[in-house]
Ligand binder design. Sequence first.
Ligand code: GLU
Length: 542
Amino acid sequence: MNKNIELAQLLFPNNKYTVEEIEKKYPKRKLKKGAQVTRFAPSPTGFMHLGGFFQAIIDYQIAKQSGGVFMLRIEDTDKKREIAGSDQIVMSILTSHGLTPDEFEMKGGVTMGDYGPYYQSERTEIYKAYAKKLVEQGDAFPCFCRKTEGLLDVEEKRKKKFAVGLNEDKDPCRNLTFEQVAQNLKDGKKFAIRLKSKANGDGKVTLVDVVKGEIELQENGKDAILLKDDLTPTYHFAHAVDDTLMGTTIVVRGEEWLPSYPLHKEIFEVLGFEQPKYMHTPLIYKFNDKNNKIKLSKRKHPEADMRFFDSVGYPKDAVLEYLTNLANSKFESWRAENPTASYWDFPFDAYNITANTPIFDFVKLDDISKEIISKMSAQSCYESLLLWAKENATETAKYLEKDAEYVTKVLNIDREKPKPRKDICKWSEFFDLFAYMFSKPKKFEVDNKKQFEEVIKNYKKYLDLSSKEVWFDKVKKMSQELGYAVNNADYKKNPQNFKGNVAKVCEYIRLAITGQQNSPDLFEIMTLLGEKEVLDRLDEAL
Ligand code: GLU
């Protein structure tokens, strides 16, 4: 028998399946022309990174807009790093943003799709079959060096390589004889499986990346690990096996994987697989207070965790639109031309994804969010606010339920109009922004105390909320009587003749009522507060 076949049998005597059996279970997908199959493949580390979600949007859009398939694959082979419940977090963030995968599996729940299991930890027998095949071909070998047992420290390994004349990248175990391997196994030593790289690492390989275009990289020369010594796969090996069997046509992944591409190319080659297309997406950065670009990290930035946006109450559409805007420069002009269109109508173009570093910026997110909230009806604002409060601020939720009608009216100030006010960007801000609608203003500054007092004292007599016209006519009447200009042109011509103009009078009234210099429509505010409360506030201001 061929020595390699014998070796493979020695290493994997009990494999459940052969490669041929496996490949029968994963037939080529029947796709219509141009349809793309993408997958989002997070490791279960306890949260969903904003950058991961950014990739998931791209995956979803490419699949949907081409009439293809979007899969969720949980890459849970590193059991030491796994945090229970991560899969549910990912799934709930995807579905609640409308990015429901076509194929996925939930532990103990449903499985959708015929290309599973969709947890890598359930695919061990598949990886073992392909590892055995590579050993049979002479393209992989067992390695018995275990860092943890101190069997071979770095220096020892170096000496050993030197002795057998190996290049730095090659592993000395590649030269073990069949008998040595058999002896090690007999001694109960664990083994990993390494690629027996044929290249010397000096050449170049070219990748035509969907985002970055043509890139030249140093070829692989390393005897990289394919199966770890617990026989679970490394990312590199699992990527080649899974993306081939599952029929992925475009791999969208972070650019941190770019340097591994030459290794992946070699692994695909020895496996006899065709490589998918690749789209390496840029990582998301942020400016720090010294104006340096730094990677968005969970440790430093709460917004790196997707749950942050829900917890402070950004609408999900705002986060989607913001990230799409960050990914695709064409989104902004499309939105300007189609202000009322659904986000899902945007013709997402995979070839238009930015290759530049995306910079996360709250100002832009807030603007997008304000725009979205400004177009919502008061009723749907109320419902969103309540939903947010129920999950994040239970006392507030109780109040909102008790005073639903009043809160909805407050939310309706300057809303449901052709030019609605754009002030709320997240629900957690609502009670700060509209504090004066719920309690009397505490403290405020006025530029001229004497004039302020005169206006407020008099205004008590002129207060009339019967209609907006009447209300304003009375404000004007009082202004005139107190020596303020009612006509702005007159005021501009001869400012010395007046104490100020009617706008100044309104500013004083606004301060007394809201404690702020700017506010939405003052008449609406006063009407909602009611005459008694307004009079109280005027008194209190004095
Ligand atoms: N589990 C890998 C990660 O989270 C997936 C990379 C990929 O999409 O291929 O980085």
